[in-house]
Design a protein around this ligand. Sequence first.
Ligand SMILES: [Cu+2]
Length: 172
Amino acid sequence: MANSATVVCAVLVMCMVVPSSATVYTVGDTAGWAMGNDYTTWTSGKSFAVGDSLVFNYGGGHTVDEVSGSDYNTCTIGNSVTSDQSSPTTISLKTAGTHYFICAVPGHCSSGMKLAVKVATAGSSTPPSSSSGSGTTTNTTTPTSRSSSSGAVSPSMALLTTWVTFCLRFFS
Ligand SMILES: [Cu+2]
């Protein structure tokens, strides 16, 4: 009992510490991973990046297989890179490029259970490093914005400290 409470606290703390840049996408949203969906429609308008992850929710009798592009196109089963059938399946998008997923149950891929995700390189929004020289930084906007950005760390640290204190007091 105290064990599960500790886990809950740890998860809460980790949620605060880990930067929330990575996005978790639920494939098909509420429809999940099932036949009769159009996952091309689901991916449209979304931009996936390295570090994001996909969560496949499905009932029994389905799988999540990562396959090659040609196997995706032809719904060919048997050459899967990875395979899983323990819903929910979480896939971490670790490399850039297009990743292809199908259900390896015969007939299901051609019934719509095929997903192609174009993954962009991570950190495309991070500022370029090593270009900090020569001093002429023109972003001297207002002193208030500078103080607020430096102070943004401490409230979350205070929250974290509060949580740790809370956890220690009630569950130890
Ligand atoms: Cu299936």
